[in-house]
Design a protein around this ligand. Structure first.
Ligand SMILES: *[C@@H]1O[C@H](CO)[C@@H](O)[C@H](O)[C@H]1NC(C)=O
Ligand SMILES: *[C@@H]1O[C@H](CO)[C@@H](O)[C@H](O)[C@H]1NC(C)=O
Ligand SMILES: *[C@@H]1O[C@H](CO)[C@@H](O)[C@H](O)[C@H]1NC(C)=O
Ligand SMILES: *[C@@H]1O[C@H](CO)[C@@H](O)[C@H](O)[C@H]1NC(C)=O
Ligand SMILES: *[C@@H]1O[C@H](CO)[C@@H](O)[C@H](O)[C@H]1NC(C)=O
Ligand SMILES: [Cu+2]
Length: 361
């Protein structure tokens, strides 16, 4: 199917660009070519611990800066997700970031836009931190395969240090409100003003909170966070983007994406306002790194894209990556005017199109 269209796409792009083109000829994948040449000096995203004290402090300070900047009146919700609370004009640029994710929610989870949207979303926040908060670094990632998976709750990244700590897991005594670390007692505005919460759960699928039921309610979230799981996703699914994305989300969403969000609990476990907790960005940088690593693993992976535009909660087993109109390289990613709308083809390489970064490891 996509193979039949490939020569046409190739012919069109060959006229516009001399760039080398790779054809991913797999069901559920189409061919894509970034419209701009490869970037020259990519920024480097590092693992949280590799930042060291000064790098961690710079990141924390940048996030606090974002939280102190006023709401930007040019934020323009698309209306893609109905039923949102009204925009709070007495909020911050950080809350604008959260609102953008809430606005996109029903178009960017379990659809073909999932990976490109989250790549662009995290990149745009990185760009705002650099341009508006004088941040010199890049968004760090949390590599949970570095031993953390064996005991996530006690991972050293959840440090209580008041200057650079991401915060220790709170308990019922504070109603799971984050009271330690650099972001302690952070109040976010959506869906209503509240201090952010976290609530670690090893077996998050016991709670049937999704529109479908989980197959493995006793599954331990950290089983998805091991080096073996990572390696099997990176080396599998050659040329088949929907199979790759399906592996990250897993059968009935019991894969590493939802496992990680749901097990951390509280704000970051919510599909809509998860960016309230700054952990969101470390988690999604890691998931983006998983995509980037898979893309580099095989030439047929680099520009593969697929899935459908519509969330399909009723037949999730059939449509884990969406239904309806196919998502292609020319599909637009909307960002509620947090940043300009872009095409997926400009997001398929972290070193091409609108992007220019790489991962340290
Ligand atoms: C605006 O929000 C801040 C807290 O973020 C609050 O202290 C202040 O009272 C609010 N102002 C108005 C006019 O609601
Ligand atoms: C998952 O975490 C639990 C609790 O810390 C631990 O007992 C178990 O060994 C971990 N599983 C893996 C695969 O490391
Ligand atoms: C505890 O947190 C929940 C939200 O997770 C909230 O609904 C509840 O009102 C909070 N309880 C108190 C006593 O603040
Ligand atoms: C914390 O997590 C436990 C276990 O999943 C759950 O039963 C409880 O309702 C959660 N509490 C809050 C306030 O999120
Ligand atoms: C790609 O993966 C999907 C989902 O696992 C599968 O249904 C499809 O047959 C695969 N395509 C090819 C060409 O193997
Ligand atoms: Cu999301």
């Amino acid at each position: 199917m996509s193979c039949a269209r490939a020569p046409t796409l190739l012919a069109i792009y060959a006229m516009l660009s001399l760039q080398f083109v790779i054809l991913a000829c797999a069901l559920g994948s189409t061919v894509a070519i970034p419209s701009k040449p490869t970037c020259q000096n990519p920024g480097v995203r590092k693992e949280w611990r590799a930042l060291g004290y000064s790098g961690q402090k710079a990141y924390v300070d940048a996030m606090k800066c974002l939280s102190s900047l006023p709401h930007d009146p040019s934020l323009s919700p698309t209306g893609a997700t109905p039923g949102l609370p009204p925009l709070d004009k007495n909020s911050s640029r950080y809350d604008d970031v959260v609102y953008t994710h809430m606005d996109a929610n029903e178009k960017v989870h379990f659809t073909g836009r999932f990976y490109p949207f989250h790549r662009y979303f995290v990149h745009t926040v990185e760009d705002i931190l650099q341009k508006k908060c004088q941040y010199k670094g890049y968004i760090p990632y949390w590599d949970w395969t570095l031993g953390d998976y064996a005991d996530i709750k006690n991972s050293p990244i959840f440090s209580a240090d008041p200057v650079v700590g991401l915060g220790a897991f709170p308990d019922a005594s504070t109603n799971f409100t984050l009271t330690t670390g650099a972001f302690r007692n952070w109040v976010r505005k959506y869906p209503i003003a509240h201090p952010i919460q976290r609530n670690y759960t090893l077996q998050p699928f016991k709670q049937q909170i999704f529109p479908w039921s989980f197959n493995l309610p006793d599954k331990r979230a950290n089983e998805t966070q091991t080096p073996a799981e990572w390696q099997s996703i990176v080396t599998g699914y050659v040329g088949n983007f929907t199979a790759f994305q399906g592996a990250v989300d897993g059968v009935r969403a019991e894969g590493v994406h939802a496992s990680t969000h749901r097990s951390l609990g509280g704000d970051v476990a919510d599909p809509s306002w998860s960016p309230n907790d700054p952990l969101f960005f470390l988690v999604h940088a890691q998931l983006d790194r998983l995509w980037a690593t898979w893309q580099k693993q095989h030439p047929a992976n680099q520009y593969a894209i697929g899935g459908g535009e519509d969330l399909e909660t009723v037949n999730i087993d059939q449509f884990l990556t969406g239904s309806g109109k196919p998502v292609t390289a020319d599909t637009t990613i909307y960002l509620s005017n947090l940043g300009p709308d872009v095409k997926i083809k400009d997001l398929l390489s972290t070193k091409g199109g609108v992007l220019c970064y790489d991962y340290a490891t």
